[in-house]
Write a protein that binds this ligand. Structure first.
Ligand code: C5P
Length: 209
C-alpha cells in the first residue's frame, strides 16, 4: 500500500521545522525532525565526554537512537546542534540513522520528514519534495529574535558567523551534502512570513495529495 511522503530539506533556520509541523497537522501525517536523530548522537557523546570524531562510539550511539523517544527540549541546545553537524559527517552514522528514518517514513499513513538529505537520500521517491531556504542574514535575524523572545541576548554578527559556518559544513561534506533534489520545489522564505510559506507549500502538496 502506498504511504504519502513529504520531504523537506534546507539549511538551519529557514523555517523547515515549523513548516513540517504545519503540513503534518494539516494532512494528518506522522512527523519526523531528522535533525533530532543527529542531535541525539551528539548529545550522547557530549554526555560521555567523548570526542565527536570517535567513530565507534558514535556508531553505538546511533544504533541506540529511539525515534519514539527523542527529547526536543534536551536536544534543542545550540551547542548540541553544532556538535550534531560534526557527527553528521561520519558516513556509518548516517547509514544507521537513515535506515531508521526510512522505516519511519514507510509506516502508514505516511510522514513529513525534515532535514538536509531527505529528498536526495532518505526518501528519493517522496511524493513531494520541498527545499526551503532564506538568506543567511534573514535566518540570523530570526534566530536573534527567537533568543530575545526567550529573554536571552546575543550578538548578530556572532549568530551570522555561526550560521555561515554550519551551512559550509552541511553543504561541503562528502557524505550526503545539503543540496536541493533535482525534482524539489524551491521555497525561499526570506521575504515570507510562516503563514505565507505554509500556504505556498499547501498549494504544491494539494496538486498531488
Ligand atoms: O536541523 P538541525 O539543526 O536540528 O540539525 C542539526 C545538524 O544535523 C545539521 O546541522 C546537520 O549537520 C545534521 N543533519 C543532517 N542530516 C539531516 C538532519 C540534520 O546531516 N537529515
Amino acid at each position: 500500500t502506498h504511504t504519502f511522503t513529504i520531504a523537506i530539506d534546507g539549511p538551519a533556520g529557514a523555517g523547515k521545522g515549523t513548516l513540517a509541523r504545519r503540513l503534518a497537522d494539516h494532512y494528518r501525517l506522522n512527523l519526523l525532525d531528522t535533525g533530532l536523530t543527529y542531535r541525539a548522537v551528539a548529545h550522547k557523546l557530549l554526555e560521555l565526554g567523548l570526542p565527536l570524531d570517535n567513530v565507534s562510539a558514535a556508531e553505538t550511539a546511533a544504533r541506540q537512537v529511539d525515534l519514539s523517544n527523542l527529547d526536543r527540549t534536551v536536544l534543542s541546545a545550540h551547542a548540541v546542534g553544532e556538535a550534531a553537524s560534526k557527527v553528521a559527517v561520519i558516513p556509518t552514522v548516517r547509514r544507521i540513522l537513515v535506515e531508521k528514518q526510512r522505516a519511519f517514513a514507510k509506516a502508514p499513513p505516511g510522514a513529513v520528514l525534515d532535514g538536509r538529505d531527505i529528498g536526495t537520500v532518505v526518501c528519493p521517491d517522496a511524493d513531494i519534495k520541498l527545499y526551503v531556504t532564506a538568506s543567511a542574514e534573514v535566518r540570523a535575524r530570526r534566530r536573534l529574535a527567537e533568543i530575545e523572545s526567550m529573554g536571552g541576548s546575543a550578538d548578530f554578527a556572532t549568530i551570522l558567523a555561526d550560521i555561515e559556518r554550519r551551512d559550509e559544513r552541511d553543504m561541503g561534506r562528502a557524505s550526503s551534502p545539503l543540496k536541493p533534489a533535482a525534482d524539489a520545489h524551491l521555497l525561499d522564505t526570506s521575504e515570507m512570513a510562516i503563514e505565507a510559506a505554509f500556504l505556498a507549500a499547501m498549494a504544491i502538496v494539494d496538486e498531488v495529495f
